[in-house]
Design a protein around this ligand. Structure first.
Ligand code: KG4
Ligand code: ZN
Length: 333
């Protein structure tokens, strides 16, 4: 069974065809990151406009690369939530039009469920149950994946997401956007013990809070500036990355132990972070560890097509009335 996936929830316009949820036939990603970089972060209005410019060509390229037409796919899966509403609507309206014109069923996909499905593309043998940290620009969840369509949230961020904290700190330190890769690169030549940063506390031990940590880093930088002192940017980046990676890896490994999961996974843009991967592997002892291919950590449509396959065989359908939703829990059904 072949599923076409379409993704436009943030700053990537993407289309992909995936066979039986596991094998990529084609995968096209058009990234707007350079343009948003000029402004230090995603500008929603620009994102929507660029999606409109790109969507037809991206989908056509996807069919061309797979040597297929819309007649060869069994369904059209599209991200409908969560995300920037104007951006989401571009992919969604395109998918609705294509579905209506071709008669192929439309399958709504939750973006974070999509990130988790990147693991199915990386490990064709991986099956639930497993526990997964989903960390992206907008979310930092620990999710128990008990079956392909059964999700339980164990913890989430109570303020900033991990990726958001990376992006904001990076902007302040003048390292650019997106912040995650920029901070990771700077951290390579820094001393991660040089700056003492606070460990945030939350009521639910599996929730996280990164707003105070982010502010602490920004305060160090600003205070040094006011005193005319130079900040060791690489070491501040390293100390910040280390703190976030320690918190996320500790929470995930504790949750795996407490809730009895032998398989531990990460997904989402932040899962590309090498220090985070390393610390999780160290902390989970002899449990199995799963992380997506680097190119499938960030937003792409292969993960949406994979996710769409599991939603499709479970009976989920959308129709012409389907709307985009800016904010929606991963366990919405
Ligand atoms: O999943 P994603 O591509 O988009 C959203 O759904 O938000 O995640 C993007 C986020 C950005 O905040 C970016 O800075 C972060 O993922 N990111 C990283 C790394 N690569 C991307 N964070 C830490 N380390 C990285 N290597
Ligand atoms: Zn994402």
């Amino acid at each position: 069974m072949y599923i076409l996936g379409i993704e436009s929830s943030c700053d990537e316009t993407a289309a992909s065809i995936v066979e039986n949820g596991r094998i990529i036939a084609s995968n096209i990603v058009y990234s707007q990151v350079e343009e948003h970089g000029l402004y230090g972060g995603v500008v929603p209005e620009i994102a929507s406009r660029r999606h409109i410019d790109a969507i037809s060509e991206v989908v056509q390229k996807c069919f061309d690369e797979a040597k297929m037409t819309v007649n060869d796919v069994d369904a059209i899966a599209c991200t409908f939530a969560p995300g920037l509403i104007g951006a989401l609507l571009v992919g969604l309206n395109f998918a609705k039009g294509l579905s209506y014109a071709s008669g192929k069923p439309l399958v709504p996909v939750h973006h974070l469920r999509g990130h988790i499905a990147a693991l199915y593309l990386t490990y064709p043998e991986l099956k639930p149950p497993f526990i997964c940290l989903v960390a992206s620009g907008g979310h930092s969840h620990i999710v128990a994946v008990d079956d392909y369509t059964k999700f339980r949230v164990i913890g989430h961020t109570i303020d900033d997401a991990a990726g958001e904290a990376f992006d904001k700190v990076s902007r302040t330190l003048g390292l650019g956007y997106p912040g995650g890769p920029a901070i990771a690169k700077a951290a390579l030549s820094g001393d991660d013990k040089k700056y003492k940063l606070p460990t945030p506390h939350t009521e639910n031990k599996y929730d996280v809070s990164f707003s105070g940590l982010k502010t602490a880093v920004i305060n160090i930088y600003n205070t040094n500036n006011m005193k005319g002192e130079k900040t060791d940017i690489n070491s501040l980046a390293a100390s910040f990355q280390e703190k976030i990676a320690q918190i996320l890896s500790e929470n995930l490994s504790n949750a795996a132990k407490e809730f009895g999961y032998d398989k531990v996974a990460i997904a989402g843009g932040v899962s590309a972070n090498k220090r985070l991967r390393q610390l999780i592997e160290e902390k989970i002892e002899n449990r199995e560890f799963f992380a997506p291919y680097m190119e499938l950590c960030g937003d792409n449509a292969a993960m949406i097509a994979s996710r769409g396959y599991y939603e499709f065989i479970n009976g989920r359908r959308g129709n012409i009335e389907l709307n985009g939703i800016a904010s929606l829990n991963i366990d919405f059904d």
